[in-house]
Design a protein around this ligand. Structure first.
Ligand code: NCD
Length: 328
């Protein structure tokens, strides 16, 4: 059983394999024949999208990734319309979904639920895989995968992620995307990470400890302009104000943590600008025109990476490789 609860399931060979599979899938899908063949890969499978926290990209890309493989989907996007309002426990709800489908993709406002769902699956007679599509402030493993894919493709001509200096900026304290991506950095050689954040939203000690334990060199700064010329990638995130308890966000001056035309002038020609989206004011819309702005491509990569991941979970990767060699 292959659950994706957090980034610990991925090692370098699997990451490389998923990146390769992503590129194969999108190549096959380009031709109408290829797209039809992909849809024949899993037409008897069904997936449940259980998203009780707002989502645009992750929901739509997961849904469409399933459809690319012919997998039918059903959804609950609000626990107030499920039997949880009648007092059904989370575990009983998940067990119920698993009675009807072959895969559960879930996003929750609080951490820990995907792990609970996976543990439950491992204890029942008809388990189905669980994919964590975002667990509170904690983890977002499939976003980290598409980020890895985008970085690898961006640095295709310069040796991939290995040896690069990657800046992560914004609300590092409560941003699950940067937390998951930081963890995956341990699989890349010679990478240096720079955390750039206002004091209020510095990276949490657990990730700093993880970096230290895994020998991932990192530094922390509040001075974007000083570090920007050194970076190969700047991964920008928004302030996660939905997690405010005492209105923490409103007192923070975000101006020094934004990318606009001035910052473009400081950034290397070969660097890339990423963002998991949705964005706030931290990336000016003018930046969209710059060839180094990678976030819209990153968003699209997300669907193809999720196709690859789901294909891997259902053991369809060999069939995709065969399709690619036949149709390409
Ligand atoms: C991110 C998330 O939900 O954590 N969005 C996404 O999935 N692309 C980032 C965010 O909401 O800031």
């Amino acid at each position: 059983m292959f659950h994706v609860v957090d980034t610990s399931v991925f090692d370098r060979p699997l990451l490389d394999d998923l990146c390769e599979l992503t590129t194969l899938v999108r190549t096959v899908a380009k031709s109408p024949e290829g797209a039809r063949c992909l849809q024949q890969l899993a037409p008897t499978k069904r997936a449940m999208l259980y998203f009780t926290q707002p989502s645009t990209r992750t929901f739509l890309s997961m849904n469409n990734a399933c459809h690319v493989l012919g997998i039918r989907t059903s959804e609950i996007r609000n626990s107030s319309v499920s039997s949880e309002v009648k007092g059904e426990t989370f575990e009983d709800s998940i067990r119920t979904f698993s009675s009807y489908v072959d895969l559960i993709v879930m996003r929750t406002p609080d951490p820990g639920y995907a792990a609970r769902a996976a543990a439950l699956m491992d204890s029942i007679p008809r388990p189905v895989p669980i994919i964590n599509a975002g667990s509170g402030k904690d983890q977002h493993p499939t976003q980290a995968l598409l980020d890895i894919y985008t970085l690898e493709r961006s640095f295709e001509e310069s040796g991939g992620i290995d040896g690069k200096i990657i800046g992560m900026m914004g609300d590092l304290k409560r941003g699950r995307t940067v937390r998951s991506l930081s963890r995956l950095m341990r699989h890349y050689e010679g990478v240096r990470v720079v955390f750039i954040a206002p004091d209020t939203f510095e990276m949490e000690p657990d990730i700093r400890a993880f970096m230290a334990e895994n020998d991932i060199p990192f530094e922390e700064t509040g001075r974007l302009h000083e570090i920007l010329p050194e970076l190969d990638a700047i991964y920008v995130t928004r302030i996660q104000s939905e997690h405010d308890v005492n209105d923490e966000s409103s007192g923070v001056n975000l101006a020094p943590f934004t990318i606009g035309t001035h910052e473009l002038g400081l950034l290397k020609k070969t660097a890339v600008i990423m963002h998991p989206l949705p964005r706030g004011p931290e990336i000016a819309v003018e930046v969209d025109q710059d060839p180094r702005a990678m976030y819209w491509r990153q968003e699209r990569n997300g669907m193809w990476m999720r196709v690859a991941l789901i294909a891997k979970i259902f053991d369809l990767d060999q069939e995709i490789r065969e399709l690619a060699s036949r149709i390409r």
